[in-house]
Design a protein around this ligand. Structure first.
Ligand code: PEP
Length: 264
């Protein structure tokens, strides 16, 4: 199925998830270094996802550059009495084009379900934000041979009811839970198996064209020294990077590796 879909023209896409890190001063320093380097990283889509508290400051730095901005989460309502939440129009107003939804830390720690993530995907799309939809199995699910069925359920439930015209704007990130922040990345073959399967699922449910164009990222302990092997896989289009995005040097190196691998 994957071979029939064929080779793509998808540009390398690298997003940095800063999680709950960085003061305003630290965020400005990191964003400045990445924006400076971005002029030499042509052909890559680079997205920074800082915490809400520094979005506006980082937006001032990325403004006018090729680097784009994303939130780490979004609420499904636009306005109102929802203490502590941040909405899609607010993220747009702060300068975001993207938002991470369904990250495993939110699923595991906060208890987000696929139906909650589905509402967030729709809120993002209805407000011109591109959702970076995270899916991935736990170690227990992998050991029981449930990886593919788990990610299939997550993708289909999180995208349920999304109109076809909006689906082309969804980025998917395969992030095995056991590989996030653990230093233990999926092997290139493990990543390819799931990425190829996800593309197949997209093809079966939403058509070949959408599947061919879909951007599917890998996330989970991506570092400069494993980026090349992962990026060499035909269905890996880039990365959602956590820990290694907190330092300009390692994040930039990962982008360089991704770009060079695509040129080969
Ligand atoms: C993430 O937070 O999405 C992630 C993949 O983290 P790390 O790169 O640190 O594993």
């Amino acid at each position: 199925m994957v071979e029939k879909i064929g080779r793509h023209k998808r540009v390398p896409f690298i997003a940095g998830n800063w999680k709950m890190n960085k003061t305003v001063a630290q965020a400005k320093e990191l964003a400045t270094e990445i924006v400076r380097a971005s002029t030499e990283l042509l052909g890559a889509e680079i997205v920074l996802c800082p915490p809400f508290t520094v979005l506006t400051e980082v937006a001032m730095i990325t403004d006018g550059s090729s680097v784009e901005l994303g939130g780490q989460d979004v609420f499904w309502e636009n306005w109102g009495a929802f203490t502590g939440e941040v909405s899609a129009p607010m993220l747009r107003d702060a300068g975001c084009q993207y938002v991470i939804v369904g990250h495993s830390e939110r699923r595991q720690v906060i208890g987000e379900t696929d139906s909650i993530v589905n509402r967030k995907v729709k809120a993002a799309l209805n407000n011109e934000l591109v959702p970076i939809l995270c899916v991935g199995e736990t170690l227990e699910e992998r050991d029981k041979g449930l990886t593919l069925s788990r990610v299939k359920t997550q993708v289909l439930q999180c995208l349920e009811g999304v109109p076809a015209a909006q689906l082309t704007r969804v980025v998917i990130a395969y992030e095995p839970v056991w590989a996030i922040g653990t230093g233990r990345n999926a092997s290139p073959e493990q990543a390819q198996e799931v990425h190829g399967f996800l593309r197949e699922i997209l093809g079966q449910n939403y058509g070949l064209e959408l599947a061919t164009c879909a951007i599917i990222l890998y996330g989970g302990s991506v570092k400069p020294d494993n980026a090349r092997a992962l990026m060499s896989q035909p269905d890996v289009d880039g990365f959602l990077v956590g820990g290694a995005s907190l330092e300009a040097k390692s994040f930039i190196k990962i982008i360089e590796e991704a770009l060079e691998t695509r040129k080969e």
